[in-house]
Design a binder for this molecule. Structure first.
Ligand code: 5GP
Length: 135
């Protein structure tokens, strides 16, 4: 799992971090490392996962660094809702926002949840039939 070890403050390119070193996703927001970006607005960015687990695998990431959904607060309510609306928009852009195709949204939280990057993100998975229950 990534670490964060610099003081709280505002990062470049509109990213807002709450402490520790920049996450890999803040670096994509800041254009310090490249990302295949599908959507960006004042509150979030959506880009293709570097190791896709399905033909379509996009991450929707808030610019405010909320480490994980279990640490979100009431103050984050609007941005959490925004992430889901953007996920639907990105699914439409990619042609999978229909009941015959469809998509899955996933948020991994903590060790057993499979979280690797401590910067809240919604996975949008689509393009193949997804199994349930997940592994
Ligand atoms: P988590 O396991 O934290 O829910 O998901 C982290 C995701 O970030 C993984 O699916 C991983 O492939 C993706 N990821 C990690 N580093 C990068 C990167 O540098 N670029 C992109 N586009 N995705 C990344």
């Amino acid at each position: 799992m990534e670490d964060r070890d610099t003081p709280p403050g505002f990062g470049p390119a509109g990213s807002v971090f709450t402490g520790n070193a920049m996450t890999i996703f803040e670096k994509i927001i800041a254009r310090e490392i490249p990302g295949d970006i599908e959507h960006e607005d004042d509150r979030c960015i959506a880009f293709h996962d570097i190791q896709p687990q399905a033909p379509i695998h996009v991450l929707i990431v808030p610019k405010k660094v909320i480490p994980r959904v279990g640490e979100a607060t009431a103050e984050d309510e609007a941005v959490l809702g925004h992430l889901l609306l953007v996920a639907g928009q990105v699914a439409s852009q990619l042609g999978v926002n229909s009941t015959d195709k469809g998509f899955r949204l996933v948020i991994n939280n903590g060790s057993n949840g499979g979280e690797a990057v401590p910067h809240l993100h919604v996975h949008l998975l689509a393009g193949r039939s997804l199994q349930w229950p997940p592994g």
